[in-house]
Design a protein around this ligand. Sequence first.
Ligand SMILES: CCCCCCCC/C=C\C/C=C/C(=O)SCCNC(=O)CCNC(=O)[C@H](O)C(C)(C)COP(=O)(O)OP(=O)(O)OC[C@H]1O[C@@H](n2cnc3c(N)ncnc32)[C@H](O)[C@@H]1OP(=O)(O)O
Length: 304
Amino acid sequence: MATALRRLAKCSVSARLLSFAGHSRGRRGHFARPCTVVAQRNFSSASTMTVDLDSSTGIAVMKLHSPPVNSLSLDFLTEIAISLEKLEMNKGCRGVVVTSALPKIFSAGLDILEMYGKSPERCGEFWRAVQEMWLKFYSSRLVTVAAINGSSPAGGCLLSMTCDYRIMADNPRYSIGLNETQLGIVAPFWFKDTMVNTVGHRTAEIALQLGLLYSPQDALKIGMVDELVPEEKLVSTATEAMARWFAIPDHARQITKSAMRKPTIDKLLSARETDISNFVSFITKDSIQKSLKLYLENLRKKKA
Ligand SMILES: CCCCCCCC/C=C\C/C=C/C(=O)SCCNC(=O)CCNC(=O)[C@H](O)C(C)(C)COP(=O)(O)OP(=O)(O)OC[C@H]1O[C@@H](n2cnc3c(N)ncnc32)[C@H](O)[C@@H]1OP(=O)(O)O
């Protein structure tokens, strides 16, 4: 099933850029199983998330549910990307709220087990899925709002930064940021670019080098998130925020979004294969594997 999903994801890459600027009509044919949405009905086939589209508002809520920590494995990334693609193809959908169904954690970022002790081929396949998820979200025609209801390190932070707007639960126990250097790894250029586009160059420089994880209050100060609310108001605030974006004609908003993001997207598209081989040769180095092993051991020790 997951392999079939991945194949489908690969086939739909070329359709992605067409989704910009409202050119998404007539793309239903790309999918073997068109997505028909009934108001308030869950239509996700994956067990790792629910996607509910309210056809009266055009807002879908995607709730990530991959215990224990919503870490982004190859299969999970593929399911997320395909769920977004289905929403993109649905004319009744104008926006998506991404949140977590797990307590205290939005997403623990990339699944470290996908990067530790794996073959170069598997690492390459994994990295392509990371790229694909980023490309789909960053270039989405939809209004995307992250409702960050828990900690969101590294890849989790990246996922939220691909969205148009971020609202985080005001809980000092949660943290968010690109902490890759703390694991002894390096955020690739398109993670860095997304961060720079979100918080500006100087703040990104400090945050990335030190691998900083910010409290919600500090994340608000640097502009990594746009709003803080009590946790119980997160999804309702996200749907309310969506109304401001829906008030703008779709084509004008989409063309503007494209103009802002296209250079960053094109940079990855033109270097995609090189980026995969850089990742594979970096992550499979003995020294990096040792760092990851140590980091995993520390995560497990913390619990014991
Ligand atoms: C020259 C340039 C070349 C470019 C090369 C580019 C290379 C770039 C490569 C990669 C970029 C990486 C991006 C990432 O996203 S890496 C992942 C970073 N994530 C983290 O550091 C988070 C780690 N986790 C935590 O901090 C915590 O788990 C928590 C705050 C998310 C939740 O805490 P808590 O509720 O206390 O849960 P536990 O810590 O007890 O965890 C439960 C369980 O889950 C396991 N786990 C946690 N996070 C991950 C993860 N990201 N991947 C896999 N597994 C994870 C944890 O180990 C526990 O497992 P258990 O002991 O077996 O139960």
